[in-house]
Design a protein around this ligand. Structure first.
Ligand code: GLP
Length: 259
């Protein structure tokens, strides 16, 4: 079962996850982090800013989950640019060591296999940050995605394009296709940390943590992983049946176990 940590707000979640990441970097300055875009991980990156001042991050490596296919590389909402703006620059990471799937049309046929090889060559991801879509997608693995899937091109659902339209001038500008790490890829990371905030995510969180394991709710793949931390605020936790047990477990967790 995933460990569920219910926190008062997004800032507390960011602090908790950032502390864990700082310990990983301190233990291994070349640690491989799994980065995510979307608004959900921003409090983690914000908390890392304060904590990483004075820490040598020059050798930290990272792999982002996904990218839009065919998006103008100069577009501010391409995930390559989002990762550069929200993570690489503020944290002072080496851009050469931080990878994002390549959504360029010219090389798209082998971009997925290339990305899988790069992750494997780096020794795999130590800690993967995840958000969750309102339809339960993780990365851009929409409902129906195989639990064994690798990095590949997918078609975005209308729901996801609608959800992400806020980052574009209009929904027509939201790309139709994406390239995303597969659920199989994500499940190979050694620790999954799924964050969610707000009422709008409550149903997806409940499905992912407590619902049946089903490709119809890709986030439920986390139930197959031996080490998962789900960090949510009260609103995102509001549909969890066993919320009291999760609180009780967290309050009584031995300090040495960490997140
Ligand atoms: C996008 C991203 C996902 C993210 C989801 C939720 O679809 N590809 O990785 O989890 O949005 O976004 P937000 O965190 O902004 O709610």
């Amino acid at each position: 079962m995933a460990e569920v940590v219910i926190v008062p707000d997004a800032a507390s979640a960011g602090a908790l996850v950032a502390d864990e990441i700082v310990s990983l970097i301190t233990a291994d300055p070349e640690v491989v982090l799994g980065l995510a875009t979307g608004s959900t991980p921003l409090p983690v990156y914000q908390a890392l800013r304060e904590r990483l001042a004075g820490v040598d991050v020059s050798r930290v490596r990272g792999f982002a989950l996904d990218e839009y296919v065919g998006i103008d590389p100069g577009h501010p909402e391409s995930y390559r640019n989002v990762i550069r703006r929200e993570v690489v620059e503020p944290l002072g990471l080496d851009p050469e060591r931080i990878h994002v799937p390549n959504g360029a049309l010219a090389t798209i046929e082998h971009a997925g296999a290339d990305y899988e090889r790069a992750i494997a060559a780096a020794g795999g991801v130590e800690l993967q940050i995840l958000g969750i879509g309102t339809d339960g997608h993780i990365g851009f693995n929409e409902p129906g995605s195989s639990f064994a899937s690798a990095t590949r091109v997918k078609t975005l659902t209308e729901q996801t394009r609608h959800d992400n339209a806020r980052f574009f001038d209009s929904i027509d500008q939201v790309p139709m296709h994406c390239i995303t790490q597969g659920l199989g890829t994500i499940l190979r990371a050694r620790h999954l940390v799924l964050l969610a905030f707000g009422e709008g995510k409550a149903e997806a969180v409940a499905g992912a943590v407590e619902g049946p394991v089903t490709a119809s709710l890709p986030g439920s793949a986390i139930q197959l992983h031996p080490r998962v931390s789900v960090v949510v605020d009260e609103a995102a936790a509001s549909r969890l049946r066993f919320a009291d047990y999760y609180r009780y477990t967290w309050e009584n967790k031995p300090a040495w176990q960490g997140l």
